[in-house]
Write a protein that binds this ligand. Structure first.
Ligand code: CU
Length: 330
């Protein structure tokens, strides 16, 4: 081997080891390649990543030891060297050893895992803020009972991207109209339920995943370590549109959160004022257009129907009695 070849080989081996050790110690280094868990943003998510890395290392060590021993035995005791197969049966010592070692390894993994699980389930210690999360087909509703704020959060990815008529954006199917906003560094208690079918509220970077079951109120909690946008999805499998009800959590500083709550309240008051209002025809037309835009998102701008969503134009609802039409819209 020539000197430049040798230098290149040594360089490649050094890079490989540097990459491997970096991958083992730092989840972030390997997160950039999209293979590892997402960078944690809450104490629980940090613990989950730590456990994941620790157990991966244990698996790697077992892999190397077991296969190393196996290949060494096959090679060193091969028939061509004159070795003969042993014919013994039942060795009490071996049976005890190969039961005890895996048992101890499992206990070693179970102790830290259980500690983390208990922390995840501990919703008893006082929370700074409570948010009720309700799953609907196919959106989320968030309620802040202490602040009198509630709203729906729906997918905001344009229909054209879903139907491959437009280029898919960076946050394809992971973007919503109204994100759920939480203050940084505060313990947020989430009460999770559903209104129709089972859903699952999952935000990996906050280390939260909880089933949302109609008639049950599940609890979970999170503390966001730093401001940021954390994206998740409904993690329920059965049902056609769980993949179209993403979750976006905005973690902001306390003063921004207070501002946001104020703005939400002002909006709610404006909406309440609309109820007793005498509407002019022009106002009604403008309001109607806004409402209709929501129908158009699925049924098409001209009511022509899109994919599984039926045509509105000429349908019984559109041409039948006005009372039935109002009932379905409401
Ligand atoms: Cu769902």
């Amino acid at each position: 081997m020539s000197t430049p070849q040798r230098t290149r080989l040594i360089g490649a081996v050094r890079n490989l080891f540097a990459g491997l050790s970096l991958a083992l110690v730092s989840g972030l280094a390997y997160g950039a390649y999209g293979l590892n868990l997402q960078p944690p943003a809450s104490p629980i998510a940090e613990e989950i990543l730590g456990l994941h890395n620790m157990i991966m290392v244990i698996c790697l060590i077992i892999f190397v030891v077991v296969f190393g021993f196996m290949f060494y035995s096959i090679f060193a005791h091969r028939k061509s060297r004159g070795h003969k197969a042993a014919t013994f049966h039942e060795s009490t010592t071996i049976e005890i050893v190969w039961t005890a070692i895996p048992f101890l390894i499992l206990v070693g993994m179970a102790i830290p895992s259980t500690a983390t699980l208990l922390k995840m389930e501990d919703t008893k210690s006082q929370a700074d803020i409570v948010i009720k999360v309700t799953g609907y087909q196919w959106k989320w509703r968030y309620e802040y009972p202490d602040h009198d704020v509630s709203f729906f959060s729906t997918l905001s990815t344009p229909r054209d991207q879903i139907e491959n008529k437009a280029k898919k954006g960076d946050n394809y199917l992971l973007e919503v109209d109204n994100p759920v906003v939480i203050p940084v560094g505060k313990k947020v208690r989430f009460l999770v339920t559903a209104n129709d079918v089972i859903h699952a509220w999952w935000v990996p970077q906050l280390g939260v995943k909880k089933d949302a079951i109609p008639g049950f109120l599940n609890e979970t909690w999170a503390i966001a370590n730093k401001p940021g946008t954390y994206r998740g999805q409904c993690a329920e499998l059965c049902g056609k549109d769980h993949g179209y009800m993403p979750i976006v959590v905005e973690a902001v500083e306390q003063d921004k959160f207070t501002q946001w709550v104020g703005a939400q309240k002002a909006q709610a008051q404006a909406a309440a004022a609309d109820v007793g209002k005498q509407w002019t025809k022009a106002e009604l037309l403008a309001k109607g257009e806004k409402v209709y835009a929501q129908c158009a998102a699925c049924h098409g701008a001209k009511g022509e129907g899109v994919a599984t969503f039926p045509k509105l134009t000429g349908s019984k609802i559109a041409t039948g009695p006005v009372a039935d039409h109002i009932k379905i819209v409401l």
